[in-house]
Design a protein around this ligand. Sequence first.
Ligand SMILES: [Zn+2]
Length: 259
Amino acid sequence: MRLIDTHTHIFSTDFDHDRSQAIERAKDEGVAGMIMPNIDSHSVSALLAVSQEFPNYCFPCMGLHPTSVKEKFEEELSIVENYLSKQKFFAVGEIGIDLYWDKTYFKQQQQVFKHQVRLAKKYGLPVIIHARNSFPEIFEIIDQENDSSLTGVFHSFTGTLEDYRHIESYGGFMVGIGGVVTYKHGGVDKIVKDMDMGRIIVETDAPYLSPVPQRGKRNESANLKHIVAKLAELLQVSPNEVASITTQNAQKLFSLELT
Ligand SMILES: [Zn+2]
């Protein structure tokens, strides 16, 4: 089985004491690569250090996370732009709108999100979208910005079937399925069977959102197998089939060449 964890913050301090071991455990479970979305200017040095330590395995992305959009957002945005102009990244992310934690900077979040979607188009990169209590607000912007070149993923998708259909209508977008699919009241398990397998990629969002039976503990990429098993059950196919299709989807979206 060959998998790609399309969303992990393995560069975070939660892994400082055992990052290499966590990567070994992931490899033992068939994880052939990890996509690492950035948070803000404070996380960049760790992100880049990990991508250099594990080349062709930990793939870095560049972006400003919506929960880090505060009064200094213009400065943060120019740091993102500067990095994008200097070196290779695999996506613009993670970006989006989060109205769950704090609505104070909603206007700025909209502005920063739109700006980063345009950066993705400029650099020909996919976007990794974080949507929390904000599907209508995100759709409003993507409805305007979508074109034949724009691609991306709605990560840790927890929307409704109607939200999924809206995403599908864009053409170039996928949904990231993570630990929530294994939760009793997660909701997304009810609509997976209506999804096109060609639009599904898998992710852990480590260190967050551990799937059952690891729920409540720190998450890591080795746990991807629990998400794959649940998807296989819901889609009524084998885990190997889920692995091969989602890996193909991820390779296509992020233009990955795995070793
Ligand atoms: Zn994330």
